[in-house]
Design a binder for this molecule. Structure first.
Ligand code: FAD
Length: 403
């Protein structure tokens, strides 16, 4: 009956605890989380919660697990206590309050934090990673005053959509001309920019921010063009970085995350796994170490590691590489990946409420990913075919038949 200690009480950590019990693990489980909140889900923070009424039931809807189920899991839950250090020789996790927790098996699921904003006036520059962050942003949006969002990726644009819905004038600034192209490819990125403009968002892409000054309610965002944008609120969404500070000096290999082997075992210590946004593992398809920042990956890796611990199995983790974003009423979905040196084929058309699928091939011509907008049937079909290793031409033909 091994004692499993899980550090990080969010998606990956909670799903590991649930998976262990579901698979018959009877030993003690300790779940350690830095936040005081009961485990909650992050995608709804930008999609629904910013525009919600913040009633108790609205907040309950984003919980990852009910209190009743938590009780049933018989997990020792230590919330509001960050892990501050790890001694892999003694198999101990040291907490910020000085307590030590011994483990037989350790699962590191500390995720990521928002990449710190380089522009922090006394107040008023917000970021979105936690429930508390979402609450602070929602309070500002309720004022219906001008908002500047720095960063035009998924999170930045979802915040912009929520701000427009709340009645705020919104400008999104990003130094990259088509910021979403990295995620969805250039074939779709342009249409997404058009969608945001049609919904009333002003986009300033290809323009850098060089400073933010002032205080909440009276901020100035300075652009590298010399322009100065007045804003009541600035939200900075410029990516995230893995939460590995507490592992410095632990002997684990840290390099843009906790580096693992193909089984998700941390390199540098025995009986330590790393999963979710904090883990960087060798992706078999891509032939390189990958750190994903996606919900499905965190959940799948939790199940994989729970199985390895509860059943004693040793199997390589195979990623499904699935990610989604909601942009207004558009559903953007992607499976697999894009190879910037590869090629793509577009099926369908987004004009006039249409739908589209883009099939991506890698540099060697093998199909490696599909991105769809408003076309879940094509996505599901493409996902099945990709996993079966079908050639790109066959997938393209099948999707053409669907359209
Ligand atoms: P996290 O969710 O980051 O959780 C890690 C937990 O560990 C946190 O609670 C943290 O407080 C805790 N922790 C950190 N350090 C310590 C420590 N030293 N000691 C104890 N605890 C610690 N993904 C998608 O695929 N689709 C989406 O549409 C999507 N939308 C998103 C929208 C937003 C606003 C955000 C922020 C993320 C979104 N994501 C989305 C990403 C997705 O939420 C993450 O991939 C997922 O949360 C990763 O789960 P995780 O458990 O690995 O890490």
């Amino acid at each position: 009956d091994q004692h499993v200690v899980i550090v990080g009480a969010s998606l990956a950590g909670t799903r590991t605890a649930q998976g262990l019990r579901a698979l018959g693990h009877t030993g003690p489980i300790t779940l350690i989380g830095a936040e005081t909140e009961l485990p909650y889900d992050r995608p709804p923070l930008s999609k629904t919660l910013l525009s919600s009424d913040w009633s108790a039931s609205a907040v309950d809807e984003v919980r990852l697990i009910s209190t009743a189920e938590l009780d049933q899991l018989a997990v020792e839950l230590r919330l509001g206590t960050a892990a501050a250090g790890l001694d892999t020789a003694a198999k101990l996790v040291r907490l910020a309050d000085g307590a030590e927790v011994g483990y037989d098996v350790l699962v590191i699921a500390t995720g990521a934090v928002a990449r710190p904003s380089p522009w922090n006036p006394a107040s008023g520059v917000l970021q979105l990673r936690t429930l508390a962050d979402a609450r602070a942003i929602a309070e500002r949006l309720a004022l219906k005053e001008p908002v500047v969002v720095v960063g035009g990726g998924f999170i930045g644009t979802e915040i912009a959509a929520a701000a427009v819905a709340a009645g705020c004038p919104v400008v999104v600034v990003d130094p990259v001309p088509e910021p979403m192209a990295r995620l969805v490819g250039p074939e779709i990125a342009g249409s997404l920019v058009g969608l945001h403009r049609d919904n009333g968002v002003t986009t300033r892409f290809g323009v850098g921010v060089i400073g933010i000054t002032g205080v909440a309610g009276a901020l100035t965002v300075e652009l590298d063009t010399g322009e100065r944008l007045p804003a009541s609120t600035a939200v900075v969404g410029i990516g995230s970085i893995p939460a590995t500070d507490w592992l410095t000096g632990s002997g684990l290999t840290l390099d843009n995350g906790v580096v693992t082997d193909g089984f998700l075992r941390a390199v540098g210590a025995a009986d330590v796994y790393a999963i979710g946004d904090v883990a960087r593992w060798p992706h078999p398809g891509r032939g390189q170490q990958v750190r994903a920042e996606h919900w499905t990956n965190a959940s799948d890796q939790a199940r994989h590691v729970a199985t390895a611990i509860a059943r004693g199995t040793e199997a390589a983790y195979e990623s499904t590489d699935y990610v989604w974003s909601d942009q207004y009423d558009w559903k953007v979905n992607a499976v697999g990946w894009r190879d910037p040196r590869g090629s793509s084929t577009v099926i369908g058309d987004l004009a006039e409420g249409g739908r589209v699928a883009v099939v991506h091939a890698d540099a060697g011509g093998a199909a490696c990913g599909v991105v769809t907008v408003n076309w879940v049937r094509a996505l599901n079909q493409a996902r099945r075919r990709l996993m079966a290793g079908e050639p790109g031409a066959t997938i393209v033909e099948a999707l053409r038949q669907l359209s």
